[in-house]
Design a protein around this ligand. Structure first.
Ligand SMILES: [Zn+2]
Ligand SMILES: [Zn+2]
Length: 154
């Protein structure tokens, strides 16, 4: 039992060190920290094509930034000029309306730093407690867009 507790403490300590920049005096309504920033556009960063117009987009992470491109062929071009693409993504992200809640839009669960996942739809950011909620969101974005409207009005 004691051993388990010790292991748990070590794990918690390790987690703590991972969360650099986090202080113990966190405000309750502080913006939730995402491990990966969601891709802010609905077009391919390389070709400018609407995502999904050429089949499922290719999604991957570059550092802490999620990248979505229309097809595998664009990945090569992306890698050739990563810096320019990342700068464009940064600029687009600044125009996105930040997610106003501290709970998951799908489940209503409280969002945890580094565990929450995000998505951008129609210029608005959304956050979810887990990937499965993100999947549900993608199935019916209109429904959750309405839900977010209602939650924001409260
Ligand atoms: Zn493409
Ligand atoms: Zn969830």
């Amino acid at each position: 039992m004691k051993q388990t507790f010790k292991t748990l403490t070590l794990v918690l300590l390790a987690l703590g060190t991972l969360c650099l920049g986090m202080t113990s005096a966190q405000a309750a309504d502080k913006k939730v920290k995402l491990k990966v920033k969601p891709y802010p556009m609905d077009t391919c960063i390389v070709s400018g094509e609407k995502l999904g117009s050429m089949g499922d987009p290719v999604v991957f992470a570059e550092g802490d930034q999620e990248i979505a491109i229309c097809c595998a062929g664009c990945k090569k071009d992306f890698l050739k000029d990563k810096k320019a693409s990342l700068a464009k993504i940064d600029a687009a992200a600044k125009k996105v309306k930040p997610y106003p809640l501290t709970t998951c839009i799908v489940s209503g669960e409280k969002l945890e730093d580094d565990q929450a996942v995000g998505a951008v739809a129609d210029g608005r950011e959304y956050m979810f407690c887990c990937k499965s909620c993100l999947k549900d969101f993608k199935k019916d974005t209109a429904k959750f867009s309405k839900k977010l409207d209602e939650e924001t009005k409260k």
